[in-house]
Ligand binder design. Structure first.
Ligand code: EPZ
Length: 419
């Protein structure tokens, strides 16, 4: 397995360009199954999860070709299977996103249950209950979700928990249902809004995207379209923290600052000077040690759980004591033990980590356990004395395009060693 070797190399300074959002690309590619003609999706990041999604569509007989400028062209008309097999779903939970579109467009779907992952049990009960409310007959058998439906019917669905992919699956299914579907307690993430914008561009009728109540009026069909996904706010936040933790200066281009308010606010609290323009963010932390900042994760527009590990990394070397509360997933502190191996002072009490900033970290061999935890270990390695080897970096490749090249552009000492 590939490893990343990171050496503490002082303050980062430079510019980096943000790629398309992984968590918008995956639902948008799934939504192409709803169209009755070819679709072109642009600004697609080159990530393992995107490759997996393309492979999943290919397995269904859907013709997918890679266009120029990071574009993917999908012809859903060639589909000849409605199954998402375990060997693919086990590597990427987001495969569950084909369930709603397959049911809505073809009336049948067999999707492997995604199973849990490092950060939590990750059930999909709300996806299933919502589709049943729309008239689908769904059984779970031998680890597979077996779903059948005539034309889905509009329904009023109240989600017990705010779920991003649950909201996305139900929104996609509702686009072709008969009548109106109302989804209460819907997720408000920018990636949900981006998916809604894509669906509307294909002819869907959706109101309330970005609020906690979605109203979808079903239509007979959706047509092909060309659409670029929005920039990745979590990749943006990760590089901003890279600048802050190393007391450096970074300029982030092609970002979407208005999707990062909670993160930018916390960076200012940590002492960073920020200049924000339409699609540019400049962070300056030169000559200053970050101040410890308390973080409590929450559904959007609250502080994103996908930025929790990165802010913990910054707090490790900040001035003062901070608390990090993880309220979205039940087990998203897997990076704590690895950080402690680097000399971090962290005490975990339930879903709260108490971090006491130290003067320095020591490089060490550490192991990535999930996508954002692995990124946080790279961030810690940027400021640690000596060499940090981050193992199992296939996690990183799922969500960060060319991370060593982009960090290298900022002056980091980082290299990939094939495992
Ligand atoms: C999405 O995952 C993201 N993935 C995650 O990003 C992100 O961390 C998460 O939303 C929260 O923002 C994609 O968009 C592909 P949830 P998702 O359903 O949709 C519970 C990354 O690093 N729940 O919003 O799977 C669940 O257990 C990844 O890019 C149910 O109980 O997350 C969790 O506690 C990691 N029943 C909470 O809701 C359900 O049916 C939020 O999960 C569904 C979810």
């Amino acid at each position: 397995m590939d490893r990343l070797i990171v050496r503490g190399n002082g303050a980062l300074d430079g510019e980096v360009r943000i790629s398309g959002a992984k968590n918008a690309t995956l639902p948008v590619l799934a939504a192409t199954l709803l169209a009755d003609s070819p679709v072109r999706v642009g600004n697609v990041p080159h990530l393992h999860d995107v490759t997996t999604t393309i492979e999943l569509l290919g397995r269904m007989g859907v013709e997918v070709t890679l266009g120029d400028r990071m574009a993917v062209e999908v012809d859903p008309g060639t589909i000849n299977s409605f199954s998402a097999p375990y060997d693919l779903v086990k590597t990427m939970r987001a495969s569950i996103l084909v369930l709603g579109p397959l049911l809505a467009r073809h009336g049948e779907a067999e999707v492997s249950l995604p199973g849990g992952c490092a950060i939590g049990s990750r059930p999909v009960d709300l996806h299933i209950e919502g589709l049943r409310a729309m008239g689908a007959e769904i059984e779970v058998d031998n680890g597979y979700i077996i779903a059948r439906a005539g034309r889905l019917k509009g329904a009023r669905i109240v989600l017990d928990t705010v779920t991003v992919t649950g909201t996305e699956n139900l929104m996609m299914a509702a686009c072709l249902a008969d009548g109106e579907t109302i989804i209460e307690n819907a997720a408000r993430e920018p990636e949900v809004v981006d998916l809604a914008n894509f669906l509307v561009a294909m002819g869907a009728r959706i109101r309330g995207a970005g609020t906690d109540t979605l109203r979808i009026q079903g239509v007979p069909s959706l047509h092909g379209v060309e659409y670029d996904v929005l920039p990745d706010r979590i990749e943006t936040g990760t590089y901003l923290v890279a600048g802050a933790i190393t007391r450096g200066h970074v300029v982030i281009r092609n970002s979407c600052p208005q999707t990062l308010d909670a993160v930018l606010q916390k960076l200012r609290e940590a002492g960073a000077k920020l200049r924000v323009e339409d699609n540019l963010i400049e962070l300056d932390m030169r000559g200053r040690r970050p101040q410890a900042v308390d973080v409590r994760t929450a559904p959007y527009p609250g502080f994103p759980t996908d930025m929790q590990a990165q802010f913990m990394a910054m707090n490790l070397v900040a001035e003062g004591v901070s608390t990090i509360a993880e309220t979205v997933f039940e087990n998203r502190f897997m990076h704590v033990q690895e950080m402690q191996r680097m000399g971090a002072h962290i005490r975990v009490e339930g879903n709260v980590a108490v971090v006491t900033g130290v003067d320095h970290l020591n490089g060490a061999p550490v192991m990535a356990t999930d996508l954002r935890a692995s990124a946080s270990l790279v961030l810690a390695g940027l400021v640690a004395e000596g060499e940090t080897t981050v193992d199992r970096i296939y996690h990183i490749d799922r969500g960060y395009e060319c991370i060593e090249e982009k960090l290298g552009q900022l002056g980091a000492s980082i290299r990939r060693v094939p495992g």
